[in-house]
Write a protein that binds this ligand. Sequence first.
Ligand SMILES: [Zn+2]
Length: 317
Amino acid sequence: MVISKFDVRDPIFHDEDAARAHMETQLWPHGPSCPRCGVLGDRITKMQGKSLRPGVYNCKDCRKPFSVTVGTVMERSHIPLTKWLLSTYFMMTAKKSMSAKNLQRLIGTSYEAAWFLFHRLREIPLHSDSGPLGGVNKVVEADETYIGGKESNKHKSKRQSGRQGGKGKAAVFSLIERDGYVRSFHVAKVDSQILKSIIRKHADSASFFMTDDSRLYPKIGEGFAGHGTVNHSAEEYVKLGGFLHTNTIEGFFALVKRGVYGQFHSVSEAHLARYLAEFDFRHNARHMTDLDRANALLRGAKGKRLMYRQPDQAATA
Ligand SMILES: [Zn+2]
């Protein structure tokens, strides 16, 4: 089943068979494949019988049955697939995210189930890196911010103190390629050693590196093709004909904060990495239609189940 646009009246959101068929189309574009060995085609048989639930296949090599949710964040969930799909589409269409409370009302589950659904979905993009950001003739902006505690109402003086101190708040560091992807990290603290190891791994040194004038960055910046800085405290936001700025990353942080304070009021440090993964994913898929973005998230659900079991850790590398 292929739908062409997001419409809550579509059967995939109301009928379990249609929902499963949609998942199969997204996760198995070349037909059912075994989640254990990856085999396709005539090594796979569809299992049929009155006692069997539909959507069960068997791998002749592994001799084990499977369905489309095996090996995904949805495996062994008692929540109907139709609700998983609705949750995915709601999350992917809400620019500033959506609270579990809101989802609960929309899909008619308990608060706990809604919370669980969203957090599992946030697991999907959490660990999927794909090479460093930037490259030749590309600009990578870097910045850190603090999330949590009381919203500072965005007054400039408060923002400044937040930037430098961040007491009682969680530290977030992001790298963003201008006109490209973003990658965010919940860091244990903001110091040059931690930031350096992230930057070395996630930003291509052939890029032009762009930061504020924090003392954290000059040394790290030497490793890049170039390093530009702006001085926020001097109201110096954009210079050199509009080239030297960190507006891209500032805008991203503003969106994350509007989401966190507007939807969630606060975010526990234990879950921050997952919220960041959600915002990163929406930013990175911003040029897609709502439907394509949601389907892209669904396709990423494959092979993510084991990762969910790992303990939360603030990124240090
Ligand atoms: Zn197999």
